[in-house]
Write a protein that binds this ligand. Structure first.
Ligand SMILES: Cc1cc2nc3c(=O)[nH]c(=O)nc-3n(C[C@H](O)[C@H](O)[C@H](O)COP(=O)(O)OP(=O)(O)OC[C@H]3O[C@@H](n4cnc5c(N)ncnc54)[C@H](O)[C@@H]3O)c2cc1C
Length: 431
């Protein structure tokens, strides 16, 4: 990540001193979320790793994480949650014009807009470059038709990072364009999909005759694959770090309903979005094991020791990734996060026993779970168990992370295929 944005070298303690002094002067729990994010974003503290001309402070990734923790420790409300800050802002900062940075990034850092990621399609997930949603030029606009799927947050997003095919005669990876796309217009239909956790985080999005202007093309027509790779690099880095790269306690945008709430009420809350802090850690499972008189059980002890070890390795890997970019490390961090979550599922359900079958989303079942275990965090364990397959899929599946490690970090040969030179139009479906 650090290679993608210019850095201003600064001493970590200087940065935290400056942050602290700024918070003393500007934070008040009485502000509305809208007022607070306006201050935080325009001062460059919401996305401090962005360059200064893109509403950041040009800090290193490591210092940016320290700033995030510093805001929380101070007791103030953190920056806006979601994919705008995590993905759209750094992508537009890297590839957009100054006018686009002022139009889009300003509203992201101040929490005015919520973004979604319109990448995956029914036949283009791992094979993202095979996408078939098309945008056809019409004067100074483009007309968009197609279908996206698994679009997290689309139901409350004002804008989407849209990948569409603008030149079917070009080879697969070359005829794609990245647009900043207005979600609130005729021709956009969002249909929520309910997950087994009970939440409906992601959606199908149908696009028919929707429109987007030339001035919303990010990084040039036909250059979308390169722009999307910037987005994906930030996604891997954020997910490997636990998805917490941009997870705050409030959702941005006017549709989510947080902007006019009192900032102080949300400052202490933990956001359970399915993409924030994904699972209870070893500390919670140790407490549950003790309460259920399983702390002497050798299998449980071994499982807890393994989870603790995984957490420590992930922590050290995170520190390493933040101090200097290492090829392949974000892929390894994401793989290990997925493995950790699967292990938490097995161990957590083993500790809970039959109570682990109770569904935390259902208030009546959650009440029974709380009563049986005597610990309100048991529901987080069963919810995380149902969420566990997700991180192995989103942001690139485990198999794709391994392919990327092989090809990009280890320099192994690419998978063979004709798709690099053949016009997209001539490829068989899913070719
Ligand atoms: C919770 C969740 C949230 C999501 N949010 C978003 C979102 O907001 N926006 C968005 O655009 N997408 C989103 N996605 C979609 C996600 O990016 C895709 O599901 C993912 O890229 C996999 O694509 P697919 O589902 O089409 O599976 P497929 O690509 O069909 O893969 C099926 C299986 O084949 C394997 N496979 C495929 N190709 C290869 C290969 N070359 N080598 C080895 N194995 C291979 C895969 O690893 C997988 O096991 C989300 C997914 C989930 C689960």
């Amino acid at each position: 990540v650090t290679t993608l944005v210019p850095e201003r070298r600064a001493h970590a303690s200087d940065v935290l001193d400056e942050l602290h002094a700024w918070l003393e002067e500007h934070w008040s729990p009485e502000l509305t979320v809208r007022e607070w994010w306006e201050r935080l974003g325009l001062a460059g503290w919401a996305a401090p790793s962005l360059p200064e001309h893109a509403y950041g402070r040009g800090l290193s990734a490591g210092d940016a994480v320290r700033v995030l923790h510093g805001i929380r420790e101070f007791g103030a409300l953190g920056p806006p949650a979601g994919l705008g800050l995590l993905l759209a802002a750094p992508t537009i900062a890297a590839h957009g014009t100054q006018d686009q940075i002022d139009r889009y990034v300003r509203d992201i850092v101040t929490g005015r807009t919520m973004w979604c990621q319109l990448f995956s399609e029914p036949a283009a997930g791992s094979d993202l470059a095979g996408l078939r949603t098309r945008a056809v030029g019409d004067g100074a606009e483009w007309v968009v038709d197609g279908q996206k799927v698994w679009t997290s947050g689309a139901q409350v997003a004002e804008l989407g990072m849209l990948l569409a095919r603008t030149d079917p005669d070009a080879p697969k990876h070359q005829g794609i364009t990245f647009f900043a796309f207005d979600m609130r217009q005729p021709g956009v239909e969002v249909r929520p999909l309910r997950e087994m956790t009970g939440h409906a985080v992601f959606n199908e999005v149908f696009l028919s005759g929707a429109r987007v202007g030339d001035d919303a093309v990010i990084g040039g027509v036909g250059n979308g694959w390169k722009v999307a790779n910037t987005t994906l690099a930030h996604e891997r880095a954020g997910l490997g770090a636990g998805g917490a790269g941009a997870a705050g306690a409030a959702v941005p945008g006017s549709l989510a309903g947080y902007l006019d709430r009192r900032a102080g009420d949300l400052a202490a809350a933990r956001m359970v979005t399915g993409t924030g802090d994904l699972a209870p850690g070893s500390g919670v499972l140790i407490d549950l094991a003790r309460a259920r008189r399983l702390s002497a059980d050798p299998v449980v002890r071994q499982g807890l020791a393994r989870l603790y070890t995984m957490e420590e390795v992930a922590r050290v890997m995170g520190l390493r990734a933040r101090s200097a970019p290492v090829p392949g490390l974000p892929n390894i961090a994401k793989l290990s996060k997925s493995a950790m979550l699967r292990h938490t599922r097995e161990l957590g359900l083993h500790i809970l026993g039959p109570a682990g079958m109770l569904h935390a989303y259902d208030p009546a079942q959650r009440a029974v779970l709380d009563e049986v275990t005597g610990d309100a965090r048991a529901g987080d364990v069963t919810e995380a168990a149902l969420l566990a397959p997700g991180p192995s899929i989103y942001g690139g599946t485990d198999e794709i992370q391994r392919n990327l490690l092989g090809e990009r970090a280890l320099g192994l040969p690419r998978e063979p295929g004709p798709d690099r030179d053949t016009p997209f139009r001539a490829l068989p479906p899913n070719g």
